[in-house]
Write a protein that binds this ligand. Structure first.
Ligand code: UDX
Length: 456
């Protein structure tokens, strides 16, 4: 119809090739980015791995190539995520080379560039060998990217490995971080974490450009700093889910009964609780979370993902004794929720999150204030910035402890006590609405990126 004709007239005759990191928090922004560029007239090819492969039938406009990832059955786990990513960086090199080789010999539209996650450091050399520009895509915040970039300095200064007695100490080289906020990732191979990050930074510097799923009004200073340090064209074009919803690329089925339950709740009365797709906790922590929620006396929607507690045998055995009686029908628990819609629902008053970047952006977009419980990596930095810099969330400073949880929920759900936080998050919401519109900062960055890519 008309829309197709419009798109036809926009066709640029150029193809963009994407290779997402096969984790939910990375797949979502890649699919959104691909959709943005498709709407601007590019043809899209997505190369994906067998692990967390995408459902091609959901994206009839894109061309897909599946490559083997060489993971053995026992290696398919996100429990030690840096070990998994390091392995994939090695295993995918040959299959991706073969795939690109075939693709570039195709008679179809010429490929303008390869767009890959900064985590895929191996793709830089590969792109160079094909004389293909590679654009690095960082799916998380700019502030956390800079903190990762500073890891070698943090190590040299003696902040790492973190000492229990130092956790609350401020890091003057990177305000407002405290030692506990340094983006460490637990791994059975700590050296592997450093080498992954340093390869990632080195290869990003060699890339032809760098895209962030963030926006200038939130991270202006950090964007300038990255430009100075990396000296490659840098673009902040988020929040990407403002253009295309995250639900389309959900790897797990979203339980829509959550929305029906929300429909029956009073405006701004519900605390939504979710810790994303890979965070894990033990049974003691789960019990603290449960009692914190119960004791707050607030209605809640809680996502308890399979695998949130490792080796757990179902929800019934996980919930502490007496919990269901205590909450007395005041809450609803699902495996996986339609998160973006949940956050947009009028009944939701606050979001208790692990501060994953997609969750953080989705929450800001709907003007929902947060309680922040970071587990690892970028989440530590995101939650410090949410609390201290953007002042749109309350970071739980004691870890997962029912007393602090209860106090934070009560404080955030209380209209008076949370007034300032709510005002600030609403003001960012407005800024986002403006930045993705014609003339707005992110909208303009998309156009600058397109001009740039067509010029190289
Ligand atoms: C991971 C990292 O943990 C995170 O820190 C990093 O910023 C990105 O990669 P994840 O932990 O899954 O991601 O968190 P997040 O970035 O918040 O992404 C989760 C996505 O899953 C969001 O888009 C969210 O809408 C979606 N989601 C979450 C659901 O669709 N349903 C749910 O119940 C929970």
């Amino acid at each position: 119809g008309k829309a197709e004709a419009e798109l036809d007239s926009k066709k640029l005759g150029r193809r963009l090739v994407f290779f997402p990191v096969p984790l939910q928090g990375h797949i979502n922004p890649v699919i959104q980015l691909a959709n943005v560029f498709h709407s601007k007239g590019f043809s899209i090819t997505i190369i994906h791995t067998e692990f967390n492969s995408l459902d091609q039938s959901k994206y009839p406009d894109f061309t897909f190539h599946l490559i083997p990832d060489g993971l053995l059955e026992h290696e398919v786990s996100t429990s030690d995520v840096t070990v998994l990513l390091a392995k994939l960086n090695i295993n995918c090199a040959n299959p991706l080379r073969q795939c690109l080789d075939r693709l570039l010999q195709d008679k179809g539209e010429p490929v303008a560039c390869l767009i890959t996650d900064t985590i895929w450091y191996f793709t830089q050399e590969l792109a160079d060998s094909f004389n293909l520009p590679r654009i690095a895509f960082r799916t998380t915040s700019i502030c956390s990217f800079l903190a990762f970039y500073s890891l070698p300095i943090f190590r040299k200064l003696g902040y790492l490995p973190k000492q229990d007695s130092q956790l609350e100490v401020e890091v003057p080289e990177f305000p407002p971080l405290r030692v506990k906020d340094i983006p460490a990732i637990k791994s059975r191979d700590p050296e592997n974490v450093f080498s992954l990050i340093s390869c990632m930074m080195e290869k990003t510097k060699a890339a032809s450009g760098l895209i962030f799923n963030s926006f200038e009004e939130l991270e202006q200073q950090e964007l300038t700093k990255v430009g100075e340090e990396f000296r490659i064209p840098t673009f902040a074009i988020g929040p990407l889910h403002k253009y295309f919803p995250a639900s389309s690329s959900s790897l797990m089925e979203q339980d829509r009964s959550a929305i029906c339950w929300l429909d029956k709740q009073a405006p701004k009365s519900v605390i939504y609780v979710s810790f994303g797709s890979i965070a894990e906790m033990d049974e003691t922590q789960l019990s603290e979370v449960a009692w914190g929620i119960a004791n707050s006396l607030q209605p809640f929607l809680w996502v308890v993902r399979p695998g949130l507690v490792q080796n757990s045998s179902g929800l019934e055995n996980l919930l502490p004794n007496g919990f269901l009686e205590a909450v007395n029908g005041r809450g609803y628990i699902v495996n996986w929720a339609p998160q973006q819609e949940v956050l947009a629902h009028p009944a939701v008053g606050a979001f208790w999150t692990h501060s994953g970047w997609n969750s953080t952006l989705e929450s800001i977009c709907e003007g929902v204030p947060m309680i922040c419980s970071p587990f690892f990596g970028d989440q530590l930095v995101n939650s410090r910035f949410a609390n201290d810099v953007w002042k749109i969330g309350l970071r739980l400073e004691e870890g997962l402890k029912k007393g602090e949880i209860e106090r934070a929920i009560k404080r955030l759900m209380d209209e008076k006590e949370s007034e300032e936080i709510r005002m600030r998050v609403s003001s960012y919401k407005e800024k986002i609405n403006a930045c993705v519109k014609e003339g707005g900062s992110s909208h303009q960055s998309v156009q600058s990126f397109i001009d740039y890519i067509l010029s190289i």
